[in-house]
Ligand binder design. Sequence first.
Ligand SMILES: C[S@@+](CC[C@H](N)C(=O)[O-])C[C@H]1O[C@@H](n2cnc3c(N)ncnc32)[C@H](O)[C@@H]1O
Length: 500
Amino acid sequence: MTKIFRERKSSGMRLRFIHKRKALVTFLLLLMAAGALLAQTSPHGRVVYLSYEDAKPILEAEAEILPQELKGRSPSELALDWPKWVARHDAEIRARLAQGDEDTLVNFLLFGMSYTRQPRITQKQIQQIGQQQNGAVAANNPALANLASSLQSRADDLIRAMAAPGNNDRLLFARRLLVEQKGFRLDTTEGREKAKAYLIASVVRVLGEFNNYARILEAARVEGASEEFIQRSSLFRTRGLSSDTSLLPNYALEEALKAIQSRGLLTAGSVRRVAIIGPGLDFTDKQEGYDFYPQQSIQPFAIIDSLARLGLARADAMRVTTFDLSPRVNDHLQRARQRAQRGQAYVLQLPYDTQAQWKTDAVHYWERFGDRIGSPLAPIATPSGVTALKVRAVRVRPAIASMITPMDLNIVLQRLDAPQSERFDLIIATNILVYYDTFEQSLAMANIERMLRPGGFLLSNNALLELPFSRLHSVDYSTVVYSDRPGDGDHIVWYQRAAD
Ligand SMILES: C[S@@+](CC[C@H](N)C(=O)[O-])C[C@H]1O[C@@H](n2cnc3c(N)ncnc32)[C@H](O)[C@@H]1O
């Protein structure tokens, strides 16, 4: 019998599994077949798929979390089908990127400023639309009528701009999605009308989804903070894979690293190899992201900055590998690395919306960001009419940008197979495992475990299932509140890998 239970510890919430191990069965030939599905190599290891042997304890642990197609199968059937299932599921996960791109386009439509004079849609307005979908707000509400007309104008402006995108990479992305992938024509009135109807329908879909997420969290909140955190940790399991990113989760990570250091769990200079799973790309995030500066990745630079500031690593003696399955993210980081190798700096723009009521310590993080990896420079001017926004810019030294190696890897099903001496001291995974269900998260944990050195840490803002046979266990967690807005903050759970 196997049973899942949740355990509250003095140090925080924990999810646990109790199970009775079944007899071990080896399927060497099939394992070799699975291991042969080689995806990519680097000087420090090669990317391999998770083998049946590595997944077997998870497959046997609890039928409840298995996907339908793997339920009720004998070990020999599972072993036989594993390589095929892995290849198929890898393709299914990667296909979710297309849906995530559509969600990114919705954010661009709601919050973009580069193609329109219409004001950005605010969080408050979004909540109002959500309530209207519930029938809680009268349909003839004048504020909502204004909003609807503003959205229509935004859609018209975006379509007009997409028809002549120049070299604006966000518009080029939007055009590729609408014209090449969705087949809309922007050169006829009928085509533009259809494209507009699609954009508005996408907004309604995304807002409906968010309304639904809010309801799930509200229901969980009634059962307590732990239940809410558990629900939040796989909230986006059926959503498209988005690449959006923002600054403040990195502030929560710096605070977590500081706390880990103060407990003596990581010591000065002990971090040399770092992996960042899902570094993301700031396109037009729904909160602090804007589109008046070039797209940028923030997290790899933020982590190097924090580790150097805390003395946990030397900025010139670190190796940072990013793992992502998004070609857009990987290409962006690859190009940044190539430019850095030619001596060009990476420039980061750091917006701070003073209306967002950040806590003083969050503002201090924003102010110090980048002082260990570069120097300040004049930021890009904010668009006219934007008064509440402050922007800092940091010119990151080429030596820092060139120490980042991007790799294509799907953390649910793949890992870097590297010698023990090459294993990571620290792995970061924020706002990525939330896109997966408990089974997929457990597979990702198995991959992460094998890439960490004994004593190394995984820092994630999700509560992950701790299987008894896993060597990864939560040691503690830290909580950082970003602002006075409800729920605006992160719990960072510290998972440490035990010795072999
Ligand atoms: C929402 S962004 C989060 C970015 C950043 N970590 C942060 O906290 O702001 C999620 C990132 O994870 C990547 N991602 C999603 N699923 C992944 C997977 N299975 N393996 C690797 N990367 C994945 C996405 O492409 C994207 O770059």
